[in-house]
Design a protein around this ligand. Structure first.
Ligand code: AGP
Length: 612
């Protein structure tokens, strides 16, 4: 996610803004910028690259002034570049904005503003805010009213800071869905998207709520609701975190923070992409190949590791709900087989969190040479895979710091659900089924929140099983890949041997391993293959194997045969993997932390495998 820092007070803004940006670097970003008011001029500097690059440029600049805003950008709309870096202005040096979030309707707003003569200099959604505020200021509004009127026109998520030459003592902060806090110091206020940029100066923080606006004048602030209403008295919180804890949102590890933020991740992935009343998905990144996709008769999905397990789930979705024959192949194998692909009728879909995985990138280049349509699902905007593919869909999951992928995997499954809806509704999927999928997708964030509340009981089960040396993870159909992912999560952060597989394959050899020292995790929701899974559980139990089951809320029968049960809410079979993976992520996390493993940076692993 982007990082925001604002300053107003008795000191020079520049050093505090830059220190704040350095504190936000851990979040991941691709560009940085700062704007400071000096007399009757707002000086604005921004770069593509690191905060250190920005500091080099500023080394020769007299960036004086005691009010300013600064930003680290995690690109969503518009490639990483100097022109797309924040702060963005109205083009006349009057208004400057930094923003974290997504403006869903920015294209319409931008077109209308251009018709009124506004000149844009970036590809971003954010720049629209600066032009809207400038327009309302020119119509006679003060800065607060200009921001209020602008935000009434905007659909999406935001945390933003606005400053204007015409009101040199004022900063406006506003929030809807993305976090923003005000640090209350002695004769100074530091506003930031994350406490880590504030805690060096004060531990007294005020958190802006959704739909709230703060008018900051000098070192006073007044918070009120964006939909009118009087001042809101907010409690000042004392944040005891040290800086390291702040970066992790108070959690012990980035991995746990990222597991816990999955409800918001799914909301961000879905944002602006569902038309509920029509049961359709809107995927802007596919618009230029929409007609080509209508003709596609077969899809090959290529990815590595966790992304390849998401791909396997996509295979089931696309075949069952879009009626498109689909095959999955890991990138490192696809590269060296003589795949037979007809460029006229087939497409290759790739998934990659980093967008830089060497094997996956190599596949794209190879199939593109054969004229095959390539579609990418990536989390990093402007990454090599995002650039190489003909079209694509960004996860909008924000930076994933933990090496073991969690929230992006859940986002990949969400995107694959959207893609299935998109392609299915191009084909035979009915509006009724489309609405059913849409309705359930919108409930997924709450379902995940329900599962996260069982974290303590999952920790207790982790304590019971942490000393076993071998595990099976088994599942069928949509949850066979979740068994693979659950096994990978456990082994890659706890270094315990864990083998994922299909429940149906148990009797073809693996069952020979079962005894009281070889527990099995069964992913066994109430779905179309539930009874088959129950038979497999019975087979393991008959050989004294311990059973940990992921089951559907309300399933009392499974308690009679499983030693432990993680419950997940009931949902559409195609969406159960998004829920079933969550307890397995937490199980792996707790086992690994109980064994004092470095869960964020496991031995031998890299976050992005940029070599073959
Ligand atoms: C995820 O937990 C693993 N660390 C790894 O399998 C990862 O999914 C794989 O390397 C693919 O990475 P990508 O999604 O960035 O291409």
């Amino acid at each position: 996610m982007c990082g925001i820092v604002g300053y107003i007070g008795k000191n020079q803004a520049r050093p505090i803004l830059l220190e704040g940006l350095r504190r936000l670097e851990y979040r991941g970003y691709d560009s940085a910028g700062v704007a400071v008011l000096d007399g009757d001029t707002i000086n604005n500097f921004k770069v593509k690259g690191r905060v250190a690059e920005l500091e080099k440029i500023l080394a020769n600049q007299d960036l004086e002034g005691s009010i300013g805003i600064a930003h680290t950008r995690w690109a969503t709309h518009g490639e990483p570049s100097q022109k797309n870096a924040h702060p963005h202005s109205d083009g006349e040096g009057n208004v400057f904005v930094v923003h974290n979030g997504i403006i869903e309707n920015y294209k319409t707003l931008k077109t209308n503003l251009e018709k009124e003569g506004h000149k844009f200099s970036s590809d971003t959604d954010t720049e629209v805010i600066a032009h809207l505020v400038s327009k309302f200021l020119k119509s006679g509004d003060d800065l607060e009213q200009a921001v209020r009127k602008s935000l009434r026109l905007i659909k999406g998520a935001y945390a933003l800071l606005v400053m204007a030459k015409s009101e040199p003592e004022t900063l406006i902060a506003a929030r809807f869905s993305s976090p923003l806090r005000i640090g209350v110091g002695a004769d100074q206020l530091i506003i930031a998207s994350d406490p880590s940029a504030i805690l060096n100066y004060t531990s007294q923080l005020v958190t802006l709520g959704d739909g709230e606006i703060a008018v900051i004048k000098g070192t006073d602030y007044a918070i009120s609701s964006l939909v009118g209403g009087g001042t809101i008295d907010k409690e000042i919180e004392e944040i005891e975190w040290d800086l390291t804890e702040a970066e992790k949102g108070g959690y012990d590890h980035f991995m746990l923070k990222e597991i816990m933020e999955q409800p918001e991740t799914v909301r961000n992935t879905l944002r602006g992409r569902l038309i509920s009343e029509e049961g359709k998905a809107v995927l802007g990144g596919l618009s230029r190949v929409e007609d080509k996709l209508r003709q596609i008769e077969r899809i090959t999905v290529v990815a590595c590791g966790t992304a390849s397990y998401a791909a396997l789930i996509g295979e089931y979705m696309l075949e069952e709900y879009a009626g498109i024959p689909t095959e999955v192949c890991v990138s490192s194998e696809f590269r060296y087989r003589k795949a037979v692909i007809d460029p006229k009728k087939e497409a290759v879909l790739v998934l990659s969190q980093s967008g830089e995985t060497a094997d996956t990138l190599a596949v794209i280049k190879e199939v593109k040479e054969k004229g095959v349509l390539t579609i990418g699902i990536a989390n990093v905007t402007g990454s090599s895979i995002a650039k190489e593919t003909d079209a694509g869909i960004y996860n909008h999951a924000g930076p994933e710091i933990g090496v073991a992928s969690t929230k992006v995997f859940v986002s990949q499954l969400t995107v694959l659900s959207l893609l299935t809806l998109f392609l299915g509704r191009q084909r035979q999927m009915s509006v009724t089924m489309g609405k059913r999928i849409t309705e359930e997708l919108l409930k997924i964030p709450e379902y995940i929140s329900t599962i996260l509340k069982t974290n303590q009981s999952i920790l207790e089960i982790a304590e019971k099983y942490k000393d076993y040396n071998d595990f099976f993870f088994l599942g069928r159909k949509y949850n066979f890949p979740i068994a693979l992912e659950g096994a990978l999560k456990l082994k890659e952060i706890s270094y315990i041997h864990a083998e994922g597989g299909s429940s149906g394959e148990l009797k073809h050899g693996p069952i020979a391993m079962i005894d009281e020292n070889f527990p099995t995790v069964f992913v066994c929701p109430k779905d179309s293959v539930y009874e088959k899974n129950i038979s497999n559980i019975e087979e393991v139990k008959a050989r004294k194997g311990k059973i940990i089951a992921v089951a559907t809320e309300g399933d009392e029968e499974i308690k009679k045969i499983a030693d432990e049960v993680f419950y997940i809410p009931k949902t559409l079979e195609m969406l159960t993997p998004i829920l079933a993976v969550v307890p397995l992520q937490l199980l792996a996390y707790h086992v690994a932390t109980l064994k004092d493993c470095d869960v964020d940076k496991p031995r031998n692993l890299a976050k992005s495998v940029t070599v073959e």
